[in-house]
Every structure is written in structure tokens, then in C-alpha cells.
Design a protein. Structure first.
Length: 279
């Protein structure tokens, strides 16, 4: 069983929060988060004042005050299209830190690239976020395939995909049951995945050391493999996964990819322990 424990301290310099954002407490904070969500939904065009007013329940003066404060903090920026706003680059900085819990993303990125270049398939790093799995990194090889997540930052309910199985398998039984009960309706309605199938694949993971995922109604032509990244106590910090066309999942290719993933995760473990002696 591969274990991973890193206690390297990462210092983040955070700018003082503008008083105009926080002056009225939690309600204003919620409104600011809603503005960011509306902006994100605007995609590359961003959002206009009318977009915010149509979707949100607070007044125009409150909106302008929050837009000004969020721009000052770097969480919003002006779009090239006059009168529209885009998400600011400060969110990218914070997101990179959030996606690098325990140093996983920095350690995994070159290893995923190595795997993708060597074997040609698509390789991912996932971590658990509540009842979801979030993609922290993806590298595509010469034979990239479709995936439930389209890019870094994509989320899936735990239970979808092979990485979810690897993450779920090492949780406590009660915690795992609570997550699956919460996600059960969405798993069936959106992915045609039943809890019985997930539990069977979890048993496979625990017996064989790798996950295959549950085949649902989406992406039936694709297959995949995943292995967990565990901390010193056996708790899952993340999962490394591979997606490929079913036609490429020959016995020999499967064994080669699994061995390659295991070697890279083992190297991550050694490198993580090495970081303990820096500073």
C-alpha cells in the first residue's frame, strides 16, 4: 500500500481585505460570492450589470459597491467588452494554492506528463472535495479521450469514474455510506450508476489495489484505471487515474499503464518525504 505524508509548510501572502466588502458581515460576503458565481457563468464574455441585477436580489448601489471592492482586491477585472466584468487573476493565484493541497499538484504534474507521453492516454490527478471529486491536473497523450471532467477544476459526484472509487475505498464505512446516500439520486439520474455497482468496484479496489470505475450510460466507449495516494494513516489524499479508449485496454497495455502509475506514485511518495527535511 502506497502512503504519502507531507508536512511542508506553505506560506501564502494574503492582501488585507477591503473594508467595503466586509463592512456588513456575512450577508455581504454571500453577495460577493454570488457576484463571482454569476461572473463565472458568463464565461469568456463575463457578466454585465444587467446580468447581475437579473440574477441577484440586492440593490444597484450594493452591487456597484461590491463590484468596486472585488476589483480592488483583484477578484474581478474589466472585460475588453465595455461594461462587462471577468473573474480576476487573484482567483487564479488562490486556486493554484487550493489545488495544491499537500503539494500534490506540483508533485503530480510532471509525472502525469511523463505517463501521457509514454503511453499516449489521458492522465489525471483527483482529490476529494466534500461529496465530490475535483480534478486538480490533467495531461493528455497522443490518444486523448473524452472524460466526465473537461478540464482542471471539473467536479464529479463521488461514485462517478475510477478516481472516485479509489477515493471512496479508503474512507470509513459510515462516511462512505453517507456520501453515497447523498449522491445516489444524482448518480442514477445523470450517470445511470447504481450504488450496488459502486460498492462492487470498491471491493475490487480493496482486493486488487486499483479501481476500474462503474460503467454507466455516458462515455460507454471509454475505460480507465486509478490508484489511490494515501497518507501515513491510510486516508486518501488523492487519486491518479487514466482514461483510454476501450479498444486500447488490452491486457498488456493495462498492466504496463498500472505499473507506470504505481512507479510514479511511489516516486511522489519518496519526493514528498524528502520535502520534510527541507527548510
Amino acid at each position: 500500500m502506497l502512503c504519502f505524508s507531507s508536512h511542508r509548510q506553505i506560506t501564502i501572502n494574503i492582501m488585507p481585505v477591503n473594508e467595503s466588502i466586509t463592512s456588513s458581515g456575512p450577508t455581504t460576503l454571500v453577495h460577493a460570492m454570488q457576484i463571482l458565481q454569476v461572473t463565472a457563468r458568463g464565461g469568456h464574455r463575463g457578466a454585465s450589470v444587467d446580468d447581475y441585477l437579473n440574477e441577484l436580489s440586492f440593490s444597484r448601489p450594493t452591487l456597484y459597491r461590491l463590484l468596486k471592492g472585488l476589483k480592488q482586491q483583484g477578484f474581478l477585472r474589466s472585460s475588453p467588452i465595455r461594461g462587462r466584468y471577468l473573474l480576476g487573476y487573484e482567483l487564479l493565484v488562490l486556486g493554484a494554492q487550493a489545488g495544491n493541497g499537500a503539494g500534490l499538484r506540483d508533485l503530480a504534474r510532471p509525472r502525469l506528463l511523463t505517463l501521457a507521453q509514454r503511453w499516449g492516454d489521458s492522465f489525471y490527478l483527483f482529490a476529494r472535495d466534500g461529496v465530490n471529486a475535483v480534478c486538480l491536473e490533467v495531461q493528455n497523450g497522443a490518444y486523448p479521450v473524452g472524460s466526465f471532467v473537461r478540464a482542471t477544476g471539473g467536479r464529479l459526484p463521488l461514485g462517478v469514474g475510477q478516481a472516485s472509487i479509489a477515493l471512496l475505498a479508503y474512507l470509513g464505512a459510515d462516511e462512505r455510506s453517507e456520501i453515497l446516500n447523498h449522491n445516489a439520486e444524482q448518480l442514477m439520474d445523470e450517470y445511470a450508476i447504481a450504488i450496488d455497482g459502486i460498492e462492487a468496484e470498491i471491493a475490487h479496489q480493496l482486493k486488487h489495489g486499483y479501481a476500474r470505475g462503474v460503467e454507466g450510460s455516458l462515455l460507454p466507449e471509454y475505460s480507465g484505471l486509478a490508484i489511490p495516494i494515501l497518507d501515513h494513516s491510510g486516508h486518501p489524499l488523492g487519486a491518479m487515474s487514466c482514461s483510454m479508449l476501450k479498444s486500447r485496454m488490452t491486457k498488456s497495455h493495462k498492466l504496463e499503464v498500472l505499473q507506470g502509475m504505481q512507479e510514479e506514485v511511489a516516486a511522489m511518495v519518496n519526493q514528498a518525504h524528502g520535502l520534510l527535511y527541507l527548510d
